[in-house]
Design a binder for this molecule. Structure first.
Ligand code: SAM
Length: 257
């Protein structure tokens, strides 16, 4: 069966990498794993062997049929659905110690990351990404790659582990190398949904000043941000790329006091 390009199907075939990936997932033995895009089960099978329970979500009916044939385990639940249509609340309300795992379909990786970030019950995210996205996630401020994704991930998660995965570990072989990163959720004391909206507005217009971006996006507390800059001797024409991750959190907390 041919891999479906439009569904981002690059299957993991390197046994050693699969082993290292499974070993890197936090607290696997006691956890419920939510896996997006199990495909032919390269990660799913060892996950079912190691974890307390696995809930896998797959959009491709051909893959669903393969998995139904090959995995028979009371602790394995297979959901035939588009992950973007899933309501986490319905899926995981009965679960605890929930870890998210995915060799992400690259055409919607960022959308899935933001969707998972919003659900605090996911204690960790262990995800395979194309190298370009890994670089964006760990970019330093004042660089081209630093952006909304960098700040969102850096504010909400801590990096636990990173495994380089060369293109040759997949079939079909993608054009670029990938990285598998393990992120654990930080303890935070602010509203994630509102914070992510704030970050989105800050980066709404690249190259413009942050105050302009906030104004153009209709952010309701733009004046409070301006006051924060004045009170903290920050130049008013500062751009979002110049601000460090921790300072986004500080600004957000202060304007919401
Ligand atoms: N986990 C397998 C592996 O590592 O070999 C396959 C990973 S492959 C990169 C991505 C998987 O995500 C494919 O099985 C694809 O069919 C599935 N997928 C693509 N879009 C999806 C969606 N919107 N919802 C759920 N699964 C999706």
């Amino acid at each position: 069966m041919e891999a479906k390009k439009h569904l981002g199907q690059n299957f993991l075939i390197d046994k050693n990498k699969i082993k290292s990936i499974i070993e890197s997932i936090p607290n696997i033995k006691n956890s419920t794993i939510v896996e997006v895009g199990p495909g032919r089960g390269a990660l799913t099978k060892p996950l079912v062997e190691s974890a307390k329970k696995v809930i896998a979500i797959e959009i491709d009916k051909d893959m669903i049929n393969i998995l139904k044939e090959e995995i028979n385990d009371d602790n394995f639940i297979l959901i035939d659905e588009d992950v973007l249509k899933i309501e986490w609340e319905d899926l995981i309300k009965e679960e605890s110690n929930i870890q998210f795992v995915s060799n992400l379909p690259y055409y919607i990786s960022t959308k899935i990351i933001f969707k998972v970030a919003l659900e605090e019950k996911f204690e960790s995210l262990s995800i395979m990404l194309q190298k370009e996205l890994v670089d964006r996630i760990f970019a330093k401020n004042n660089t081209k790659q630093f952006g909304r994704l960098t700040v969102a991930i850096g504010s909400l998660f801590e990096l636990e582990n990173k495994i380089n995965v060369p293109a040759g570990c997949f079939n079909p072989k993608p054009k670029v190398d990938s990285g598998f990163i393990v992120l654990s959720r930080k303890k935070i004391d602010f509203n994630i949904e509102e914070y992510l909206i704030f970050i989105k507005c800050c980066f709404a217009t690249k190259r413009k000043t942050i105050l302009n971006s906030l104004k153009i996006s209709g952010f309701s507390k733009t004046l409070e941000v301006k006051k924060y800059f004045e009170d903290n001797n920050i130049k008013l024409n500062i751009r979002a790329e110049e601000i460090k991750i921790n300072d986004f959190v500080n600004i957000f907390k202060k304007i919401n006091l």
